[in-house]
Design a protein around this ligand. Structure first.
Ligand code: HEM
Length: 490
């Protein structure tokens, strides 16, 4: 028996008799308003696009699992870390940072690195980047920091003056610039890049002891980066290069794997560490705090519908589980507000019910109700208020209270001052980490961008910063730009 063809229907399930023609008044007359099939199709099409993420708009995702490979329970009480071999399902999304949703994927830019861990205590969202440092440490700069990476408001084109003008006034950015314009600034696809939490978080163990931590994910196949020339060529040939690479790799039955490690500093010790514990423009040298293995993340399944699973995914540093807490890192504090706020706008107030975001390994019981697109049971007939005297209603459990910390001082706009140098670490990156040819690459990449700046004072200031990091570094870039060489008066 031949299989019956699937009947085409409208969105309401009505069979459609003709999907090639429209209902008209007479053979060549106007289309009738009663052709609801055509109207529905056009109305649905007109609403296909939702706001793109304000940053990290271009991305790719995949499913897999996390497995504990080392006992870290003396630092963290999170249930998903409780025993060796324990597995937790994950969904990861990788992205470029500044480009729009349709932009090319081999731009010189930070890459986003997010992993949603669906744990039995709710979702833990790791939301990191491909670089261990960030360009600013004050969240009040964040919107402007993004504006300079995007298009000129007047021309809608890249504007090198606005990019370098801002940076030449924010010298904490020089570490990030040295990293991004260096040999690691264009990862070769997503499988070959590392992910770093960058901000400082806290881990708390079952005894209530707390630790400052930084998160690291190292790709098992080793890092690989593209040169500017290679990246430009790929941009022309395949703007979807990184997404295609990850998708094809997993389609072939292969696994993309990362080792998850942490750097750990006991709380009191952290407060007196040489590098300010809350400054995300600095690394914690591994010689001071070596990596401690935690587990591995394995990605082995592609999404089946990009919009449903990847575009609608919502990651937020606010999504932490018991045992993982925020530190006073100002950038992190602001991020805790900003992500869900952006997602309520981008996806609507009930974005947590979208299957990719729903904490499906945990139970959700609360008194929140209603709102647009309420597509779950909306609490059914359960009571919607608390406190209440009704039996078997959700109650708080003091066992999950956060670790307390002391705060003192006046409430006011405090100027952020760090005693440590903004130039020492990028100097070390230039001298000790980058090899000869990589240093040349850094100078060339900077030159290729800075040569477009039309205002000399911007270039001079920026070159002073490079000089402060390392005299050879500053001299080379100044010479390339035909500028006098000098040190910053800072
Ligand atoms: C004050 C600082 C920051 C603010 C206010 C901020 C804000 C945002 C916002 C609003 C989004 C879009 C969220 C969405 O629509 O789903 C986003 C995405 C993202 N941010 Fe940040 N961000 C900050 C710093 C950082 C830092 C330091 C990192 C990395 C360590 C980072 C990594 C990411 C990533 C990876 C995404 C994309 C997440 C995804 O795949 O959906 N951001 N950020």
């Amino acid at each position: 028996m031949p299989k019956k063809p699937i009947i085409l229907t409208t969105g309401w399930g009505h069979p459609v008799d003709d999907n090639q023609n429209s209902e008209t008044a007479g053979r060549k007359g106007p289309i009738l308003l009663e052709d609801s099939h055509l109207i529905d199709k056009l109305a649905s099409f007109g609403r296909e696009r939702i706001p793109e993420r304000p940053v990290h708009a271009r991305g790719a995702g995949a499913y897999g699992f996390f497995e504990v490979t080392n006992d870290v329970t003396k630092y963290c009480k999170a249930k998903f870390l409780e025993k060796l071999g324990k597995k937790t399902p994950v969904f990861a999304r990788f992205s470029t940072s500044s480009g729009e949703r349709g932009s090319a994927e081999t731009e010189r830019d930070l890459r986003g690195f997010s992993i949603k861990f669906y744990t039995e205590e709710g979702n833990w969202d790791f939301v990191g980047n491909s670089s261990p440092i960030f360009g600013i440490r004050k969240p009040v700069y964040f919107p402007e920091w993004q504006h300079i990476h995007k298009k000129d408001p007047s021309t809608n084109c890249k504007n090198y003056d606005m990019f370098w003008d801002f940076l030449s006034l924010v010298h904490e950015s020089v570490h990030h610039l040295t990293y991004i314009f260096g040999p690691r600034g264009i990862p070769d696809g997503y499988r070959h890049m590392n992910g770093y939490g960058t901000n400082t978080y806290k881990w708390v163990n079952s005894k209530g002891e707390d630790f400052f931590v930084k998160f690291h994910f190292h790709t098992e196949i080793g890092t690989k980066n593209l040169s500017s020339k290679e990246a430009e060529k790929i941009m022309g040939e395949d703007p979807d290069y990184a997404t295609r690479d990850l998708f094809n790799y997993i389609s072939q039955g292969k696994e993309a794997i990362w080792k998850f490690s942490v750097q750990v500093i006991p709380f009191e010790e952290g407060l007196h560490y040489k590098w300010d514990i809350y400054d995300d423009t600095k690394v914690w040298p591994h010689s001071d705090y070596p990596l401690i293995e935690v587990g591995r993340v394995v990605l082995n399944r592609n999404p089946t519908n990009y919009f449903f699973e990847v575009e609608q995914s919502a990651f937020s540093p606010a999504n932490m589980v018991p045992g993982i807490e925020a530190s006073n890192d100002r950038m992190l504090q602001a991020r805790i507000f900003s992500y869900s706020d952006a997602q309520r706008y981008r996806l609507g107030g009930n974005f947590g019910s979208i299957p990719i975001n729903f904490p499906h390994m945990a139970r959700v019981h609360n008194y929140m109700r209603d709102g647009m697109m309420s597509i779950t049971k909306n609490g059914g007939k359960d009571v919607s208020y608390e406190p209440n005297t009704v039996n078997d209603t959700p109650k708080e459990d003091n066992e999950y209270k956060m670790k307390e910390f002391k705060v003192q001082g006046e409430a006011m706009v405090h100027r952020l001052r760090y005693a440590t140098s903004d130039f020492e670490q990028p100097g070390i990156l230039y001298r000790r980490v980058f090899k000869g040819i990589e240093k040349d690459e850094l100078i060339t990449n900077l030159y290729e961008s800075m040569k477009n700046v039309t205002k000399r004072h911007i270039l001079e200031k920026e070159c002073e910063y490079f000089y402060n990091c390392d005299p050879e570094y500053g001299t080379k870039i100044s010479q390339a730009l035909r500028l006098p060489v000098h040190q910053s008066k800072l």
